[in-house]
Structures are given as C-alpha cells and as structure tokens.
Design a protein around this ligand. Structure first.
Ligand code: SAM
Ligand code: SF4
Length: 343
C-alpha cells in the first residue's frame, strides 16, 4: 500500500465513554463477503454490498490509525471472511507499523481458515502473532452442513500452516443445539491436544437467516455444566482483551473461554467498538445506534473531521445491550448480520 500523508500518528487524548470505560479494542470488518455460508450467520443467497460502498484499503488503514492515535491497543481484522478481500495483505503490512512503533499491542484476525495455507507466513511477517479460527465441528459432513460451502480439509491444512508459521491459534466454536453439542468435548480435547486454546460462543440473534434462531440457541451455562461433569474447570484471570471468561481445564492443561452475551451480561467491562467495511462505527454489538465515519474520512485529507466524528460517537456509547430472541416470531433483535458488523 502506498504511504499516505496520514500514516504517522499524532497521539490524541484517549477515548473514554460516558461510563468511564476506555475504548482500547477496535474490531474492523474489511468485507461482508465470504467463501462460506454458515447457517447461523448468512442466508445462502446473501446480497452483498456494492463494492463502491466499501472503504478502500488505504481508507481502512487511515481509519484504524486514527483509532490507534486515540489509544486503541488492539486491532482485530474480521469480516465476512477477511482473507478473501483482494490484496488484504497490504492492510496487515501497513498496520504492522504500529506494532513496530509500540503504538499497538496486538494485530490479529478472525478467519474461517480457508485461506490460511496461503497467508499464514505473510501474516506472521506483518506482525500478527495470534489468530482466531472458527470451527464448529471436526466431522466432514457436519462441517459441510454447517458452512454449506466449506471444506474441512482446507481448514485443517490452513491450521497446520498457521502453527508452522509460528502463529498461536485459538479455535472459536459456536455452540449449536442439536448440531455440535455432543461434539464439544471432542473438539476441546482435540484443540488442547494440538496446543490451541478454545472459546465457546453462544449464538446471537443477529440478522435474518433462513432458519429459526430459537432452534439453534444453546446456553453455555448448560454446556459448562456438562463439561464440568467430565473435566475440572478452574476459573482463571487470563484475559485477551475480548469478552471471553476463561477456565483452565486441569485434565488437558489448555484454556477454554466462554463468550456468553445471552446468559451473562458482559457489558460492564466493555472496551470495544466495531467498524464495518463501509465505515459505520457501532458502539455496541447489540444496539442499532451507529456513526458514519466514511463521510468525514472522505471529506478531507486531514483527520480533523474524522477525529471529531469518532469522539462524538464514543460519547454516545451505550451502557449495554439487550439481546432478545423473540420466541413468538424468532426475529432477531438486531437486524444486521454478524458478517456486516464483524464477529
Ligand atoms: N469469517 C470469519 C470467521 O468465520 O471466523 C470471521 C467473521 S465471523 C462473522 C466471526 C465469528 O462470528 C465466527 O466465529 C462465527 O462463528 C461467529 N458468528 C457468526 N454469526 C454468529 C451468530 N449469529 N451468533 C454467534 N456467533 C456468530
Ligand atoms: Fe463466513 Fe464467518 Fe459468517 Fe461463516 S461465520 S459465513 S465463515 S463470515
């Protein structure tokens, strides 16, 4: 990516929301497109955004860098599938400079793993050290059924390439009632056996999909209770900057995280905001309030308008969300898809 005038950052006052929480973690969706069609995430015939609506990679760099100047210490690149965006490596390479200068603690990515074989070494070279790979089953046929278009073999090859490149991998598994609930123990033993942490995620009611949400929802409190019958789960203080709460599994020696937006209020310690690939800033995953950063980004070459828009948005960050799966209608309480906001 060519150097722009705004590649160097001028430190700015930190982002503190009305509840005194510092915003230090930015998740950035770089595309809403994906090479999979996971059943809980997208309809098979998803309509994607016109390419002209997307921020360019240069604009994404400018935007992320503006947040880094305002005290963001962790950047997670997500999507859609971030590694299917053309030339995405140049964004990682550009953002890697903030790791080199010490302005950023961590540059990381959430991926479905399909492209990792191709990208693992280059991601490491750009300064990425840990990645999250989403995997809900180890069974080939079930993998196909969940992702519709995915090949588990490619993900496994990608995982090996990632570890060979020196990337620490965390496996993210969405707990799905009647789909993978009887496999969670096996995925846990496998991940930990391979030296990877694992995090379990509850399904969240985001966006219209083809199926019925209430069919998929499996409370992690139940999963945890089942696992506790077979494993010793010791609560630990380990934190990755995200919303997961971790236990150490005594029998495997590995870490297991729980992300429980539905059963547990995880908002008190929220340090995160999200930007979509069109430059819309969401101050809370579970609320519709948003701020457009694309217009101020495009309005001038300097960052003054952008900085103002970010500050103004953070002053509206809500205290928390109220996800509800409406059991009469099964409609989501938030209508945008996870692939738009970025998981
Ligand atoms: N494509 C990448 C991937 O699958 O890892 C990154 C984007 S994906 C939207 C990020 C994470 O969100 C994945 O772990 C996925 O399983 C999860 N996810 C998607 N839709 C979800 C939903 N409705 N509820 C909970 N998690 C969801
Ligand atoms: Fe694609 Fe990730 Fe959504 Fe699956 S969860 S459809 S891999 S964006």
């Amino acid at each position: 990516m060519p150097d722009s005038q705004n590649t160097n950052i001028e430190p700015q006052p930190p982002l503190i929301d009305p509840f005194g929480r510092a915003v230090t973690y930015l998740r950035v969706s770089v595309t809403d497109r994906c090479d999979f069609r996971c059943v809980y995430c997208m309809a098979e015939d998803m309509t994607f955004l016109p390419k002209r609506d997307l921020l360019t990679l240069e604009e994404l760099d400018r935007l992320c860098s503006a947040f880094v100047a305002k005290g963001v210490r962790k950047l997670r690149i997500t999507g859609g599938e971030p590694l299917v965006r053309r030339n995405i490596l140049s964004l990682f390479e550009a953002l890697g400079r903030h790791i080199d200068t010490g302005a950023l603690d961590e540059l990381t990515v959430t991926t479905n793993g399909s492209q990792l074989e191709r990208f693992a070494v280059a991601l490491h070279d750009a300064g990425v050290r840990r990645i999250n790979v989403s995997l809900d089953t180890l069974d080939k046929a079930k993998f196909k059924a969940i992702t519709r278009w995915g090949e588990i073999g490619k993900v496994m090859t990608g995982l090996k390439a990632a570890r060979d490149a020196g990337l620490a991998v965390k496996i993210n598994t969405v707990a799905l009632k009647g789909v993978n609930e009887d496999e969670i123990e096996e995925i846990l033993r496998w991940s930990h056996g391979e030296g990877m942490d694992m995090t379990l995620i509850e399904t969240m009611p985001l966006g219209d999909i083809d199926g019925d949400r209430t069919d998929q929802y499996l409370p992690l409190s139940m999963v945890r209770a089942n696992l506790a019958e077979r494993f010793t789960l010791n609560d630990i203080a380990y934190k990755t900057g995200g919303p997961a709460r971790y236990v150490e599994v005594e029998e495997t020696g590995g870490r297991l995280g729980f992300i429980t937006p539905m059963t547990h209020n995880f908002c008190e310690s929220c340090n995160r905001v999200r930007v979509t690939c069109t430059g819309t800033l969401y101050m809370c995953l579970g609320q519709d309030d948003a701020a457009d950063l694309r217009a101020p980004l495009r309005a001038s070459e300097g960052n003054e308008l952008l900085d103002q828009a970010i500050d103004e948005a953070i002053s509206r960050k809500p205290e928390g969300h109220d996800f509800i799966i409406d059991r009469r209608t099964s409609r989501p309480s938030v209508s945008r898809h996870m692939s738009v906001t970025g998981g």
